[in-house]
Design a protein. Structure first.
Lengths: 503, 328, 328
């Protein structure tokens, strides 16, 4: 057995108010793929950020090839041979493949100029490891490549820096089946060359296909360590490992589910095909699928942001066709965007202003900001109080609040509008475990009051635990439907590959 | 508008932006030819006249080359017009008709440009002041200092230095060849040096550049220095052309806005990271052709100004309207 | 992934009512003025001061809308020029003409703002370029209209707003009409910004246009309204300036930057999300007070420009510094 390339010992990291990692130890050997799994918020990203020097651990040490190292910037860890491939690409779309591969370390001629020919040749060499190499012209602009090929370029970049350790953070999130295979082949190539690979994922299939060893993180601690890949159930148990019944609100009883609120027949646009969908009053419908499967596109189509161009949509039995979010809101649809900071909040404004944003948008611009047809400041305060938002006062800037409290303020925004259909996109992303339960119960209360709810989440246990019905999307279509209580494997299976497994 | 999730599949398409400057240039040239024939002034279609058209845009071209550098790194420089006036006056006052003082005058003008660029760059990258405000503020400071000292033509440019603007090499004016040389140099810097590559990286994504170990602040400062030095050269050229420095030549030529417009028409995006020198040169040609069209058609000079404002906005809109981003 | 939670302490801590630093600055400046000229405490002293500050204060109130919505309006200075020149052309020394010329000029301001807003929202041209283009165009129109040499005279009925005083007012003795106009405009703009839905929506689109759009805010409509309010403020300021100053083609020159400086001094955040009409009023008074002090010190006019440039950069740099410390 070879000595570990990377050893992390007793890593603890605390953020104000949250212990992100406590006493985590972790190692990776040359020529192996170590899968790092865990739910959203389990601490995987924090651990990697400590490894790459983005964060500094409160205690514990990192050893690279046996010697302790302290990185204070990712540039330093990269120089030491640790390459992290983030979900958001660090490639420049307006530059060529070769220029990206050698960004910041271009080969020079003896006159100090960039040696374009050598750069091109070395690019070809770096890319030749991968099956996709034949398709990648080093002179093509990266922006013209498809996502999977960009990912290969990203990996080739890591390899060409001579990295001994490559970290991949959910690399298949945006890939389809065939592209995944190509990526797996690339990972195999790396392993064959003796590179140590940390592979972050929560997809059982990828673990089975790639991993040599598995480490499971849960709530900032090591929950399990497997020296060979166990059966998937063992990993899932270690990942979730808590009493699901209390955590999620109970599903709707049959008598609580009413008439259809939303019905879509044959809906489609350039991202969506043959969408047939029904959401009933009192029901929470979950949408599962991998990134790029069209879940967000479906939400944005219903919300008028990227409308359907074919098919029929009815809301409470009336045919509607929303061309803008404003029209959709007027028609009784609400949406909580997936990226709270960039799409949901007006960060420099107060908690109250964030809550009142939509109701004010539909009142006369010349009337008082204190009250409008949908309520007044006092009513908003009562809504916020009812959700137990923790804030010094509601005039405080919302950016100072925790993610969970921010999310509640956005929920309050929609509550005041009393929508018929409310769409939640990634409602608990970046929210600590305790606040999550609060959001789930809020969604259930809303449904009980008669709204139809559509929830999109990449957190599979969450979709399964919260929704009364789970629809699975793939490549712009709804491919399967499961009742409450489906297993993760069934849903994942439907989301990632073989069709026709609908229950 | 960007909303997260579900990235659209990218497919290699006809890159409109890449060809837009050439299409526009062709259009401008066609209009020029049509107007010349329509007004019965086909004599304007000679080689000499085309050279003359270019000759009127030298200062704009030099300034725009500099502006290309700052826009590529996602900054902007609105102080070039004042700096042009300041360097023209400074050089002319130092020369004061003495051929022997040409070199000190040129060096002083370039040094002034360098210092202004350095300050602009440091204020933008170090103090994180919005580049529009930083350079507008700088423009006020320069203009204020300048008008504290001079209010009319100042100094005199000796005949030896007037060669810069009026000299000829065969049929080609020196200044035109100089502009071409400067453009080739700028192109080479962007294309073949690490600094050029770093500029595209910083403009494209400052974060990606930093992760690749590029010192983004230094790249930004250097770009500003280059921009201001180019403006200083434009000031020297104008001093030579007018045979003296005047504190209004920069703002009269609206070099700040026009240089930005030329760069944008040339396909360099205001958000940084994409574009190049030859686009800027095409932009300059487009502007000089439009100007000549106005001249041939006998458009009143004030009306010309009105049309220019409209054309600049239209040019930016020509590119911007295709993006879905919300702008403010 | 775990960045969501902030210190509990920060949540519990009550925010102390903080006084906007612009008022402290203003108090210090006023104290300095009184020290140098005790006549300032008399009504003639401070009323004249307010009268001089009125056009800038009105402009700043309009500019705050555009800045808070995330943009800039650089066209107001030339709008002032066009209003003054246009009024002199249209009234043509006929006192009765004031009655229709003033509403027409207010309409002109409205149209200019509306066009600015349309160009930004629908042609997606960044407001800096759009309003700079408008600035050139309006300046050209002012020249075109007056043939370059405006007649230097407006009827007294027109000059009433800028020049006249209401006498025999208890306590203060007299109030200039322009001060009343200023109070009305600041009051109305302040009310719209801080007490009506419009103001909250202007803040929202400047803070995060994507989030505002997804929350149902009619982003384009609100942004256009902000530009219209700025255009109207430019027209009102032009009418007042036509009253005190003569007619020339540079009456408005530089006012756009003064308005931005005043707004920034009042703590308005560049690129949007924060802005206060009363604080911008404070900023306008502070800037006028600085100019008054420079006059007392006998410093020449150009120094004003230099000082203004320095203040502009320093105010933004300080604001950025504070933001980095509070961690935006």
């Amino acid at each position: 057995m070879t000595a570990p390339v990377i050893e992390m010992r007793g890593i603890t990291k605390t953020f104000p108010g949250v212990r992100a990692l406590s006493d985590v130890s972790f190692d990776v050997r040359a020529g192996e793929v170590q899968a790092l799994v865990g739910e959203n918020g389990a601490g995987k990203s924090t651990l990697i950020k400590i490894l790459s020097g983005v964060y500094r651990a409160d205690s514990g040490e990192v050893r690279l090839g046996g010697t302790p190292v302290h990185f204070s910037h990712p540039v330093e860890s990269l120089a030491a041979g640790i390459a992290v491939i983030y979900q958001e690409f660090s490639l420049l779309p307006e530059r060529t493949v070769a220029q990206n591969l050698f960004l910041g370390r271009e080969p020079r001629t003896r006159f100090g100029l960039i040696d374009a020919r050598r750069m091109r040749e070395e690019s070809r060499e770096a890319l030749s490891l991968f099956a996709a190499a034949g398709r990648i012209d080093p002179d093509r602009l990266v922006g013209e490549l498809d996502v999977a090929t960009q990912q290969v370029v990203e990996i080739a970049k890591a390899v060409s820096t001579g990295a001994r350790v490559v970290v991949m953070d959910e690399p298949t999130a945006a890939l389809n089946e065939a592209e995944c295979e190509e990526l797996f082949a690339a990972v195999d190539t790396l392993r064959g060359r003796g590179v140590a690979i940390i592979y972050i994922t929560h997809r059982m299939r990828e673990i089975t296909r790639l991993a040599d060893r598995v480490t499971v993180l849960k709530d900032g601690e090591i929950a399990a360590r497997f020296d060979e890949v166990p059966e998937p159930g063992a990993i899932v148990r270690a990942m979730v490992g808590r009493d699901i019944e209390d955590f999620y609100a109970p599903p709707a009883r049959p008598e609580e589910i009413g008439a259809p609120v939303l019905a879509v027949r044959g809906g489609g646009n350039d991202r969506l095909r043959d969408i047939d969908l029904e959401v009933r009053a009192g029901e929470i419908v979950g949408l599962a699928g991998i990134q790029g499967a069209g879940r967000v596109a479906l939400a944005m189509a219903l919300f008028g942001e990227a409308p359907f161009d074919r098919g029929e949509v009815t809301l409470d039995g009336e045919t509607v066709s929303f061309r803008t979010p404003r029209a959709a809101i007027r028609g009784g649809v609400g949406l909580l965007p997936g990226d709270r900071k960039s799409e949901g909040l007006v960060l420099m404004q107060s908690v109250r202003d964030n809550g009142m944003l939509t109701s004010r948008a539909f009142a006369s611009p010349l009337s008082s900001h204190r009250r409008n047809a949908n309520g007044d400041l006092g009513g908003m305060d009562r809504l916020l109080d009812g959700m137990e938002i923790r804030a010094a006062n509601y005039d405080q800037d919302i950016r100072a609040l925790s993610g969970g409290n921010q999310q509640k303020a956005i929920v309050a925004r929609w509550l005041s509008m009393r929508p018929r259909l409310l769409i939640f996109i990634e409602p608990t992303r970046g929210i600590d475990v305790n606040s999550k339960a609060g959001i789930y119960h809020l969604m259930r209360d809303l449904a009980r009051e008669g709204a139809g709810i559509l929830m999109i989440s990449s957190d599979l246990p969450e979709v399964i635990g919260v929704a009364d019905r789970v629809l699975v999307m793939q490549e712009g279509r709804i491919v399967a439907e499961f009742p409450h209580g489906a297993s993760e494997q069934e849903v994942m299976h439907a989301a990632t590959g073989e069709r026709g497994v609908a229950a | 508008m960007s909303v997260s999730g579900d990235p659209a599949p990218r497919r290699p398409a006809f890159r409109f932006e890449r060809w837009a400057p050439l299409i526009l240039l062709g259009g401008a040239f066609a209009i020029y030819v049509v107007v010349a024939f329509a007004t019965g002034q086909a004599q304007y279609l000679t080689f000499e006249n085309l050279i003359a058209i270019l000759g009127r845009s030298i200062a704009l071209g030099i300034t725009a080359i500099g502006q290309t550098f700052v826009i590529l790194v996602a900054s902007i420089d609105l102080s070039v017009a004042s700096l042009i006036s300041a360097t023209a006056v400074l050089a002319s006052v130092i020369m004061d008709g003495e051929p022997g003082m040409i070199l000190p005058a040129v060096l002083a003008a370039l040094a002034l440009g360098g210092v202004v660029g350095l300050v602009n760059g440091l204020v933008v990258s170090g103090l994180k002041v919005n580049p529009l405000i930083a350079t507008l503020g700088m423009s006020l400071i320069i203009q204020g200092c300048l008008s504290a000292f001079v209010s009319n033509f100042a100094g005199a440019v000796p005949a030896e230095f007037q060669v810069f603007a009026y000299g000829q090499l065969g049929p080609f004016p020196f200044a035109l060849l100089f502009l071409l040389a400067l453009a080739v140099l700028a192109w080479a810097v962007l294309r073949f040096t690490k600094f050029g590559s770093d500029m595209y990286a910083v403009g494209g994504s400052e974060e990606a550049a930093r992760f690749a170990g590029i010192k983004a602040g230094r790249v930004l400062v250097l770009s500003h220095v280059i921009c201001s030095v180019c403006a200083a050269i434009a000031g020297l050229y104008l001093a030579s052309r007018l045979r003296s420095g005047a504190p209004w030549i920069g703002s009269d030529g609206v070099y700040d806005l026009e240089s930005i417009a030329v760069v944008v028409i040339g396909g360099t995006v205001l958000a940084g990271g994409r574009g190049g020198i030859w686009g800027t040169m095409a932009g300059m040609l487009i502007f000089s052709l439009i100007d000549s069209v106005f001249n041939i058609a006998g458009v009143d000079s004030f009306a010309k100004q009105v049309l220019r404002g409209v054309i600049i906005v239209a040019a930016v809109a020509f590119y911007a309207i295709r993006s879905k981003r919300i702008v403010a | 992934m775990t960045d969501g939670t902030r210190p509990r302490g920060a949540e519990r801590r009550l925010r102390a009512p903080r006084i906007n630093p612009v008022w402290i600055l203003l108090a210090v400046l006023i104290a300095a003025i009184i020290y140098m000229n005790t006549g300032f405490v008399e009504p003639t002293g401070y009323m004249n001061f307010l009268k001089r500050a009125a056009p800038l204060a009105i402009l700043a109130a309009g500019q705050v809308y555009v800045i808070t919505s995330g943009g800039f309006d650089l066209s107001v200075g030339s709008l002032i020029t066009l209003v003054v020149v246009g009024s002199s052309m249209l009234t043509n020394n006929d006192p009765a003409a004031t009655l229709w010329v003033i509403p027409l000029m207010l309409g002109l301001g409205l149209v200019v703002g509306f066009v600015n807003g349309l160009v930004v929202c629908f042609l997606r041209v960044p407001s800096l370029i759009a309003t700079l283009g408008m600035m050139i165009t309006l300046n050209g129109l002012a020249f075109l209209w007056s043939g370059g040499a405006p007649r230097g005279y407006l009827p007294d009925t027109y000059r009433f707003f800028g020049r006249e005083l209401i006498r025999d007012v208890p306590l203060v003795g007299f109030i200039p009409v322009s001060v009343i106009v200023m109070a009305v405009v600041i009051g109305a703009y302040g009310w719209l910004m801080h007490r009506a839905n419009l103001g909250r929506q202007v803040h929202a689109i400047g803070d995060n246009p994507v989030a505002a759009h997804l929350a149902g805010v009619p982003v384009a409509r609100v942004r256009i309204t902000a530009f219209v309010l700025s255009g109207l403020s430019g027209a009102v300021a032009g009418i007042l300036l036509g009253g005190f100053a003569g007619v020339s083609t540079d009456v408005g020159a530089g006012y756009e930057l003064q308005a931005i400086t005043a707004a920034v001094l009042g703590g308005a955040q560049l690129l949007g999300g924060r802005g206060s009409v009363p604080a911008a009023f404070g900023g306008a008074l502070a800037l006028t007070a600085i100019f008054t002090l420079l006059n007392f010190l006998g410093l020449p006019q150009p120094v004003r420009q230099v000082v203004q440039g320095l203040i502009l950069i320093a105010a933004v740099a300080l604001a950025m510094h504070r933001r980095r410390q509070t961690g935006t």
